[in-house]
Unconditional design. Structure first.
Ligand SMILES: Nc1ncnc2c1ncn2[C@@H]1O[C@H](COP(=O)(O)OP(=O)(O)OP(=O)(O)O)[C@@H](O)[C@H]1O
Length: 875
C-alpha cells in the first residue's frame, strides 16, 4: 500500500492582458510557492482589501512559458508509471472558465506540439507496452460527460456525432459492497495508439456536436476520460487491473460573477452545486474525525469516489488565468487546491486472480499431490508388467546406458514394478559383462588394432593418411550441411517475408519504394551477421528487439505510405471522378491539386454533401446522388469556409502534413538505399565466407579459426549501416505518429466548420423566413439609389452572430442565388409562378447589392411581362 496526499500543481496560462502581480518560487526544496501581491490601489477587482498578499504552496508551479511536454513529463508520466505498476491514478484539472483546463488535459487543436496529457499518456503507455514483451497488456477506454447531473457516454459507437440528448444516458449503480458501477458507459478496447487516439477524437467530436449555445460543453460539463488497464504475465493466474481517470472539470466560476439568468443560471447552479459537493467531499476527507464522506450527493463525486480519499494516486492541476480581472477567481482556485492537498489517499496494488486459470492450476496441483500421496503410501499395482511394457522399459534403460552424458537420468515414474525390473536388468547386464571378460581372458591374443583387422595389407602410414582424409571429408561435410541448413532457413524466411510483403503491398500505395524487392532483408539478415573476432568464429545475431524492429519496418512503412496516400484523397478522387466546377465544367486535372474531402450531414434534410478544399483555399462542392442542396447554399458554404477563422489552421495543418509527408518520402528513399547497401554487403560477406571455408578445408584447418580483416571490415560496415537504418526507421515512426495526429486535428476542425456552417445557415434561413415586406422586426429599409423603393432592405448584422459583415454579404448572395435558381426553374417549367413572385416590390427578397437587385428585378419583370403576354387571350 502507498500512502500519499493528493499532489497539487499550478499552471499559469499565458495572458495578453495586464497580469496581476505574482511571483513563482520553484527553488524551495520543500515545495513550490505562488505569491499574489495586491496593492491597495488595485482597482480592477480584488478579493479582500485588508490583505495585501497571498501565498499558496504547490508541488510545482508551471509559469506561462511551460510547454505541454513539461506538463506531461512532470505530472502525467509519474502517474502513468504507477498505473502501469497496477495502482489507480487520476489527474484532474480545476480552474475558472478559459484558464486552460481543456488545453492541459486534451490539448490545443492548432499544433502537434500542443497535444495535451491524454494523447501523450496514450502514446507513452503503448510505448511501454511494446518494451515489455514478457507481459500481456489490454487497454479499454471510456469517456463520460456529466452535464446537469446527468451522465452521457461519449463513445457509444451507435451514436457517432450525436446531439447530447441522443447519447446513451449513464446511470450510477451501487452494489452490496458499495462499489460504484456505471451502467450504459461503454468500454472500448484500444489495441494500439491509433485506435486509442481515434476514440479520443470520437469522444471530443461528440462533445463538440453536443454543444448548444446553452451548453458550451467544455465550460459547463465535466468530462472523464478513463483508461482501464489489465496486465498479466502469460500463464500466471494473477491479473493486475488499474484505472487512470483524466478529468476536465467544468469552469469553477462563481455564479454571482457569471451574471447569468434563466436556464443558464440553473445550469450554472448545477455546475456550482457539483463543484460545491466536490468541495464538501474534499473538506470531509481533510477532517480526520469525519466518518461519513458525502460522495453520493453528486454524480461527479460518486464517479471519482476512488480518486478522492481512496485507492488512487491522485494529482490535481490548478489552472490559473492571472490577469488582474481574474485575480479573485485565481485566488479561490488556489484556496481550493490547498484544501485538496490535505487529502491522503491509500493506493493499493489492484491484483486479482483469474478464476479460470486459478481453477486449472488448483486441479493440476491436486493431481500432483494425489500421485505423491500414492507413492508415499506405498500403494502398488498387483499385476505384472506386460511383455510390451518390459520391452519399452528395457529400451529406455539401454538409451540411458548409452547416453554419454554423465548427468543423464532415467525417469521411471512412481511405479515400483518398473524400479524392480530396472534393477534386475542392471544385474543381468553386469553378469553378462563379467562372463564376457572372463571368456576374453582365455582366448589367444587378437589383433589389437582395428586397422589390422580391416586393412591387413596397409602400412600404419597409409592408414594415418586415410584417416586424415576422412577427417577432412568430415569437416567438409559438416560445413556443407551447415550452409545447407542456413540456405533452407533463408528460403523459409523469404517465403514468410514474401507473404508479409504481399499483405503490406495490398495496403500501401505505389508512391514509396518497394522494400520487398530487396533480397533477404528483414529477419533473414539477422542470423547471418557472423563476425570473426580474434580467430574465433562467432555468430553475432540481432537481438530479438532488433529483429522485431526490422520485421516491423515494412508494415510501418506501408502504414505510413497509406497515410501519405490518404492525405491526398482527391488525387484518387480525381482519377475516378474529376471534380466539376460550379458551372458544371470539368476542372483541369492538375497533378499537385490535392484536396481533402469534407463530408457533412444535413441533419434536417438528410442529404449528404461532399465538400472539397484544395490547397489554394479554393472550395469545390460536389453532391452525392439525390442531394437537394441548392446552388445558393453550396456557394454560401464555399464562401463560408473561405472566411472561416479556422481556415488558416486547416491551411497550416495541410502544409505541415505535406511537409512531413515529403520528409517521410525522402526518409524512405534513404532507407531503401541503406537496405540495398546492407543486402549488397551481406552478399559480399557470404561469398567471402564461402571462400574462407573452402580454403580452410584445403589447408586442413578448422573453418573460422583464421582472422580475416576483409570479413571484419564487411561486418563493421554492416553494423554502421544498421545504426543508420535504425535511426531512420525511428524518425519515420515519429513522423507517422505526427501525421496521424495532424490528420485527427484536421478532422476536428472540419467537424467544427460543418457545425458552424449549419448553425449559421439555420439562423439565416429562419431570418429569411421571418422576413416580410415592410416588417420592422430586425430589418430596416434604406432608400435605394436606383430609385427602387423597398428593394434594398438590409439584413440585421446582429443575426449573423460573430460573423462579420462580409458574411452578411455572402448570405445575401446565397439568398440571391437561391432565388435566381428558383426563378429559372419556374421559367423552364413554364408554369404559373408562385403567387409571391407576382408582386415584385413586396415579395422579392433583396440581395443587398444594388446592381444585382436591379438585374434580378429587370429579369423578373421581363419574365412577368412575357407570361402575361402568353396568358393574354388570343385574338
Ligand atoms: N498554456 C496555454 N498556452 C497556450 N494557450 C492556452 C493555454 N492555456 C489555455 N490556452 C488557450 O486559452 C483558451 C481557453 O483554454 P481552455 O479551453 O483550455 O480553457 P478551459 O479552462 O478548458 O475553459 P472551459 O472551462 O471553458 O472549458 C484556448 O484557446 C486555449 O488554446
Amino acid at each position: 500500500m502507498v500512502q500519499q496526499t493528493i499532489q497539487i500543481f499550478g499552471r499559469i496560462k499565458p495572458t495578453g492582458k495586464p497580469a496581476a502581480v505574482f511571483s513563482v518560487d520553484n527553488e524551495d526544496p520543500t515545495g513550490a510557492s505562488l505569491d499574489f501581491l495586491l496593492p491597495r490601489d488595485l482597482s480592477d477587482g480584488f478579493v479582500n482589501n485588508k490583505r495585501e498578499s497571498y501565498k499558496f504552496r504547490f508541488k510545482k508551479v508551471f509559469d506561462q512559458h511551460a510547454k505541454q511536454e513539461d506538463i506531461f513529463e512532470n505530472i502525467a508520466r509519474p502517474v502513468a508509471d504507477s498505473v502501469l505498476a497496477g495502482f489507480n491514478g487520476a489527474i484532474f484539472a480545476y480552474g475558472q472558465t478559459g484558464s486552460g483546463k481543456t488545453f492541459t488535459i486534451t490539448g490545443g487543436a492548432e499544433r502537434y506540439a500542443d497535444r495535451g496529457i491524454i494523447p501523450r499518456t496514450l502514446s507513452y503507455l503503448f510505448e511501454r507496452f511494446s518494451q515489455d514483451s514478457s507481459t500481456v497488456y489490454t487497454m479499454h477506454i471510456s469517456y463520460l460527460e456529466i452535464y446537469n447531473e446527468l451522465g452521457y457516454d461519449l463513445l457509444d459507437p451507435r451514436h457517432e456525432a450525436s446531439r447530447l440528448e441522443d447519447l446513451p444516458k449513464v446511470l450510477i449503480m451501487e452494489d452490496a459492497d458499495q462499489n460504484i458501477h456505471l451502467r450504459n458507459l461503454s468500454l472500448q478496447q484500444a489495441a494500439n495508439e491509433e485506435e486509442a487516439l481515434n476514440l479520443l477524437f470520437l469522444g471530443d467530436t461528440n462533445r463538440m456536436i453536443a454543444e448548444t449555445p446553452l451548453n458550451q460543453a467544455s465550460t459547463r460539463s465535466h468530462c472523464i476520460f478513463t483508461v482501464h488497464l489489465c496486465r498479466r504475465e502469460p500463464g500466471s493466474a494473477t491479473l493486475q487491473r488499474s484505472k487512470l481517470h483524466l478529468v476536465d472539470l467544468a469552469g469553477s466560476d462563481r455564479v454571482s460573477k457569471t451574471g447569468l439568468n434563466g436556464v443558464l443560471l440553473t445550469e450554472a447552479k448545477y455546475i456550482n452545486l457539483s463543484l460545491h459537493f466536490l468541495e464538501q467531499v474534499i473538506l470531509a476527507l481533510s477532517e480526520r474525525s469525519r466518518s461519513h464522506i458525502p460522495y453520493r450527493n453528486s454524480m461527479l463525486t460518486s464517479v471519482l469516489r476512488d480518486s478522492l480519499g481512496g485507492n488512487c494516486m491522485t494529482t490535481m492541476i490548478a489552472t490559473l488565468a492571472v490577469d488582474k480581472r481574474n485575480l479573485d477567481e485565481s485566488i479561490s482556485t488556489c484556496r481550493f487546491a490547498q484544501r485538496v492537498a490535505l487529502i491522503k489517499n491509500e493506493a493499493i496494488l489492484n491484483e486479482e486472480l483469474d478464476p479460470v486459470l486459478l481453477i486449472a492450476h488448483l486441479k493440476e496441483e491436486i493431481l500432483t499431490l494425489k500421485k505423491q500421496l500414492a507413492t508415499m503410501m506405498g500403494e502398488q499395482k498387483d499385476e505384472q508388467l506386460t511383455a510390451d511394457e518390459m520391452l519399452k522399459l528395457e529400451e529406455m534403460i539401454e538409451a540411458f546406458l548409452n547416453d554419454p552424458d554423465p548427468d543423464g537420468t532415467l525417469s521411471l515414474g512412481r511405479d515400483m514394478r518398473k524400479v524392480q525390473h530396472s534393477f534386475s536388468y542392471f544385474k543381468r547386464k553386469i553378469l553378462e559383462k563379467e562372463s564376457e571378460r572372463h571368456q576374453c581372458s582365455q582366448q589367444p591374443p587378437a589383433a589389437t588394432q582395428r586397422e589390422d583387422v580391416y586393412f591387413p595389407h596397409m602400412s600404419p602410414v597409409d592408414v594415418n593418411s586415410l584417416k586424415e582424409m576422412l577427417q577432412q571429408r568430415d569437416n567438409e561435410i559438416s560445413i556443407l550441411v551447415k550452409m545447407l541448413k542456413k540456405e533452407k532457413k533463408r528460403a523459409d524466411d523469404a517465403a514468410v517475408q514474401l507473404s508479409r510483403i504481399t499483405d503490406c503491398q495490398k495496403l500501401s500505395s505505389q508512391s514509396l519504394p518497394n522494400y520487398s524487392t530487396v533480397p533477404g532483408f528483414g529477419d533473414g539478415m539477422a542470423d547471418t551477421l557472423s563476425l570473426n573476432r580474434g580467430g574465433q568464429a562467432s555468430s553475432e545475431s540481432l537481438t530479438g528487439e532488433e529483429n522485431m524492429e526490422l520485421g516491423e519496418d515494412v508494415s510501418t512503412l506501408s502504414k505510413l505510405t497509406g497515410q501519405v496516400a490518404s492525405m491526398c484523397p482527391l488525387s484518387q478522387q480525381l482519377k475516378s471522378t474529376p471534380p466539376q466546377s460550379r458551372d458544371g465544367n470539368v476542372k483541369g486535372h492538375q497533378e499537385d491539386q490535392r484536396v481533402k474531402v469534407y463530408t457533412f450531414q444535413e441533419s434536417h434534410e438528410g442529404n449528404m454533401n461532399q465538400l472539397s478544399l484544395n490547397h489554394g483555399g479554393q472550395v469545390l462542392l460536389s453532391m452525392k446522388k439525390g442531394s437537394q442542396l441548392s446552388a445558393g447554399k453550396q456557394e454560401a458554404f464555399e464562401i463560408f469556409i473561405k472566411d472561416h477563422e479556422e481556415q488558416q489552421i486547416i491551411e497550416d495543418h495541410k502544409q505541415l502534413i505535406k511537409k512531413r509527408s515529403a520528409e517521410a518520402r525522402t526518409l524512405s528513399e534513404q532507407l531503401n538505399q541503406v537496405r540495398n547497401t546492407i543486402a549488397e554487403l551481406r552478399k559480399q560477406l557470404q561469398t567471402r565466407r564461402r571462400q574462407s571455408a573452402a580454403q580452410s578445408v584445403e589447408v586442413n584447418q578448422p573453418p573460422g579459426e583464421k582472422f580475416d580483416p576483409v570479413e571484419e571490415e564487411l561486418c563493421e560496415q554492416i553494423r554502421r549501416e544498421k545504426i543508420v537504418y535504425k535511426s531512420a526507421i525511428g524518425r519515420l515512426k515519429a513522423l507517422s505518429t505526427e501525421i496521424e495526429h495532424l490528420q485527427l486535428l484536421l478532422e476536428r476542425v472540419k467537424v467544427k466548420i460543418q457545425k458552424d456552417f449549419q448553425k449559421w445557415w439555420t439562423q439565416e434561413a429562419s431570418s429569411l423566413q421571418g422576413w416580410e415586406p415592410g416588417a420592422t422586426a430586425g430589418f430596416h429599409t434604406r432608400p435605394s439609389s436606383s430609385g427602387t423603393p423597398g428593394l434594398c432592405k438590409e439584413f440585421p448584422d446582429t443575426s449573423l452572430d460573430r460573423r462579420s459583415s462580409s458574411l452578411a454579404q455572402h448570405a445575401r448572395m446565397s439568398t440571391f442565388l437561391d432565388f435566381r435558381s428558383s426563378v429559372s426553374r419556374g421559367a423552364e417549367a413554364d408554369i404559373n409562378p408562385p403567387s409571391e413572385w407576382r408582386t415584385l416590390d413586396s415579395t422579392f427578397p433583396p440581395t443587398g447589392d444594388q446592381q444585382v437587385d436591379a438585374d434580378v428585378l429587370a429579369f423578373v419583370r421581363a419574365r412577368q411581362s412575357l407570361l402575361s403576354k402568353n396568358t393574354a387571350p388570343q385574338r
